[in-house]
Design a protein around this ligand. Structure first.
Ligand SMILES: NC(=O)c1ccc[n+]([C@@H]2O[C@H](COP(=O)([O-])OP(=O)(O)OC[C@H]3O[C@@H](n4cnc5c(N)ncnc54)[C@H](O)[C@@H]3O)[C@@H](O)[C@H]2O)c1
Length: 248
């Protein structure tokens, strides 16, 4: 029996990058997956790539009505929802800059997507998870939410805070809430966004494991936290960053 047989997973921002790799890994372990992304066409393409019973849905996490409708479609298609992966996030250098340098409109959009988007999805998913007797929420923080040198990092600290607050709120309904905090992960968005040599410098200065992190480096931790093996873990954020920051 596969680990997620008969379960339905709703992954936001899953048309590409980390979200797509996580959705693919859940599907390979027997789950039905809903690929929810603001880019609806890319979501459908990713769903076709994953195959099986994956569905692609247009969903802007910043808009509660959009989340509600995507989750209703998932419910209709698969009969319920067991796991929510809050992966959608804005993280290019337009956002990943010092607090006072980020323009107001970028701050507002980033808060709406990275912070309120997570609140919207958790709020709409909670009753659906409850209907199944409980479920799991996995949030995507970042090592930037530990080192806190940028506006983006502050939104990822908020993700850690929401992970604790939601774990406490949803524990009585048997829903666990955890997060992973990836280090630098090679996705097309990141590769296209970083200056020549910046990735190598980051690996040299900020990692103990001297190689590029790949989306597949996250799947073990992500699927573990969503599985029954992590049944006694809630409210935690697990760093997966190649030994980032040599933190004590
Ligand atoms: N790549 C990294 O190095 C890294 C490191 C730490 C954390 N993260 C976090 O992991 C997550 C995924 O990162 P990635 O590199 O795969 O990103 P990506 O840019 O490759 O993919 C993000 C996806 O989210 C979608 N999206 C954007 N806004 C949305 C919205 N409002 N509603 C729904 N979908 C939306 C995009 O269309 C895109 O398909 C983000 O939350 C990011 O902050 C990434």
């Amino acid at each position: 029996m596969m680990r997620f047989e008969g379960q339905t997973v709703f992954v936001t921002g899953a048309a590409r990058g980390i979200g797509e790799v996580l959705a693919t890994a859940f599907a390979a372990e027997g789950a039905h997956v809903a690929i929810a992304d603001i880019d609806g066409d890319a979501a459908s393409t990713a769903a076709r790539r994953i195959g099986g019973r994956a569905i692609g849905l247009r969903c802007d996490v910043a808009e509660r009505a959009s989340v509600e409708s995507a989750m209703a479609q998932t419910q209709k298609q698969f009969g319920g929802m067991d796991i929510l992966v809050n992966n959608a996030g804005l993280h290019t250098r337009h956002y990943n800059r010092p607090v006072t340098v980020v323009p107001q409109d970028a701050w507002e959009r980033m808060l709406k997507v990275n912070v309120l988007g997570l609140v919207n999805c958790a709020t709409m998913a909670a009753p659906l998870l409850r209907q199944r007797g409980g479920g799991v929420i996995l949030n995507m923080s970042s090592v930037s939410g530990f080192d806190l040198s940028t506006a983006y990092g502050v939104t990822k600290l908020a993700v850690r805070g929401l992970t604790v607050a939601l774990a406490e709120e949803l524990a009585p309904q048997n829903t666990r809430v955890n997060a992973i905090a990836p280090g630098l992960i090679h996705t097309d968005t990141i590769v296209g966004d970083m200056d020549e040599g910046a990735t190598e410098a980051f690996i040299e200065q900020r990692q103990l494991i001297r190689r590029a992190g790949m989306p597949t480096d996250l799947t073990g931790a992500a699927l573990f936290l969503c599985s029954g093996e992590a049944g006694f873990i809630t409210g935690e954020t697990l760093m997966v960053g190649g030994g980032f920051a040599r933190r004590v």
